[in-house]
Write a protein that binds this ligand. Structure first.
Ligand SMILES: NC(=O)c1ccc[n+]([C@@H]2O[C@H](COP(=O)([O-])OP(=O)(O)OC[C@H]3O[C@@H](n4cnc5c(N)ncnc54)[C@H](O)[C@@H]3O)[C@@H](O)[C@H]2O)c1
Ligand SMILES: N[C@@H](CCO)C(=O)O
Ligand code: NA
Length: 435
């Protein structure tokens, strides 16, 4: 059979990993596809010492690849929004299939890209864009196709999980661990995307669309990062039987769809609470199957290449079929996407909370705070008051039952205005993730 000719654009961490694994495992991959997959051309600004490109045509202009009539599949691994969009649209316009690891691109421009791909009858595949090496897109889109999915929750940024794990287990400094994650090739070109939850929100947007059959709506996802998590809260959570994880949560109810990324307290005995370092995990709850979990490396050259190549294999198998016989990009046919499902604002979301405040150690303070919470209809599950003999300030922690975020925000504003409360009230959402 004719070989499938691939053009790889971008020869950084993922690009070099992809070329290396395609060459190393060429025989094993061809045993699966029934025909060879060949790296026909590479578009790279510069050579990469981690990748031997001997015998491969290397061009400095990635658009040479998108316009090369020999090429069947353009693999976009340059990252970013604008040039990547232009490259992918050019490739589609030229009738080429596209594989991309770029979650920013799919989350923000995916609806247009999928429409263009449909018009041209080409495949756009993006398994590596979410949770690196874990086949979670395929797992949800194909493996759970029988289910009505109720919710999913995932640790979907390897860099962030790596930082939080190193801070918690070794007391290491945030900036040091971030620099290490960058050196290991885990971080985004702009690492604030990792730390402030933007990368996780890109991935969550994609997961939500694949789970619920809704258009991609990154602009409506709520995003909160990990940069304000303190060692004190990590320690307090631990004492209370919780781990703090940076989660992306998508939930569907009759009110609408929740799409939110934020630090979250999870009971220590949940499997997902024990996912550490660069590892990622996504829990998905389907009505027929119940809770499931997908686990593995969320970043890094070859784990990500593993998913990029799985997509190339899918293209090799599907490229000669009719468009309507293929798995649609989001797993639901494009004309059956639910255009009207509202994405809830964070004010309308209900969760339980961990609330920590610093109060002057004077009689009546605790009662005043409890009264504010109760006036807002927030019921308290536990109060923990710490003694600090060195200071006249005491830390107080409230664990609450579920309440609406709007009520909690109002309560926090009132608590912060009390004279005996010092500084900002810390609030971290709590999720049980039990069923
Ligand atoms: N690193 C990971 O673990 C990982 C995992 C999953 C997904 N991704 C995604 O994969 C993509 C690539 O990430 P990476 O970590 O390999 O980044 P990287 O910075 O290591 O590599 C990107 C490469 O593309 C090149 N490039 C950028 N613009 C170019 C242009 N116009 N012409 C030619 N070359 C250009 C850069 O010079 C660089 O070598 C991103 O979308 C990223 O979000 C990365
Ligand atoms: N920067 C991303 C790469 C994988 O998508 C992460 O750390 O998870
Ligand atoms: Na994946």
């Amino acid at each position: 059979m004719k070989p499938v000719k691939v053009g790889v654009c971008g020869l950084g961490t993922v690009g070099s990993g992809t070329v290396n694994v395609l060459i190393r495992n060429a025989e094993e991959i061809a045993r699966r596809t029934g025909r060879p997959i060949i790296v026909e051309q590479i578009g790279a600004r510069r050579d990469n010492p981690d990748c031997d490109t001997t015998g491969i045509d290397v061009t400095r202009d990635i658009f040479d690849v998108a316009n090369n009539p020999e090429i069947d599949v353009v693999v976009e691994l340059i990252g970013g929004y604008d040039v990547a969009r232009e490259l992918v649209m050019t490739a589609i316009e030229n009738g080429k299939h596209v594989v991309t690891a770029n979650k920013a691109l799919i989350a923000v421009h995916g609806n247009d890209i999928f429409e263009a791909a449909k018009a041209k009858g080409v495949i756009v595949a993006f398994e590596s864009a979410v949770a690196g090496g874990i086949p979670v897109i395929k797992g949800i889109r194909e493996g759970l196709a029988a289910n009505k999915i109720n919710w999913l929750a995932g640790i979907i940024n390897g860099t962030g999980n790596y930082i939080m794990t190193q801070m918690r287990d070794y007391g290491r400094d945030f900036a040091d661990v971030l620099a290490e994650a960058q050196a290991l090739g885990y971080a985004e070109a702009d690492p604030t995307f990792d730390v402030e939850g933007i990368d996780a929100a890109h991935k969550l947007t994609i997961l939500g669309s694949v789970a619920f059959g809704i258009p991609l709506q990154f602009d409506k996802a709520y995003t909160e990062g990990i940069s304000r998590i303190t060692p004190l809260d990590i320690e307090q959570a631990d004492e209370l039987g919780y781990v703090i994880k940076h989660l992306g949560i998508a939930r569907r109810s009759k009110e609408g769809v929740e799409l939110r990324v934020h630090p979250t307290l999870i009971p220590k005995d949940r499997l997902i609470a024990n996912v550490h370092g660069v590892l990622n995990a996504v829990m998905v709850q389907g009505d027929a199957v119940g809770p499931t979990m997908y686990y593995g490396p969320g970043a890094g050259a070859e784990p990500t290449a593993s998913s990029v190549i799985a997509d190339i294999v899918d293209v090799a198998r599907g490229m000669n079929t009719d468009y309507s016989d293929r798995v649609p990009p989001l797993g639901f046919t494009q004309d059956n996407l639910d255009q009207n499902a509202p994405i809830l604002s964070m004010d309308d979301v209900s969760t339980a909370y961990y609330v920590r405040l610093q109060a002057v150690d004077r009689p009546g303070v605790l009662a005043r705070v409890a009264t504010i919470l109760s006036d807002k209809g927030i019921s308290i599950e536990a109060i923990i008051q710490k003694e600090d003999k060195e200071s006249e300030m005491v830390p107080i922690i409230f664990m609450t039952h579920q309440c609406q975020e709007l009520q909690m925000n109002e309560a926090i504003r009132e608590i912060e205005s009390l004279v005996d409360i010092c500084g900002e009230v810390v609030r971290i959402r709590v999720e049980d993730l039990d069923s």
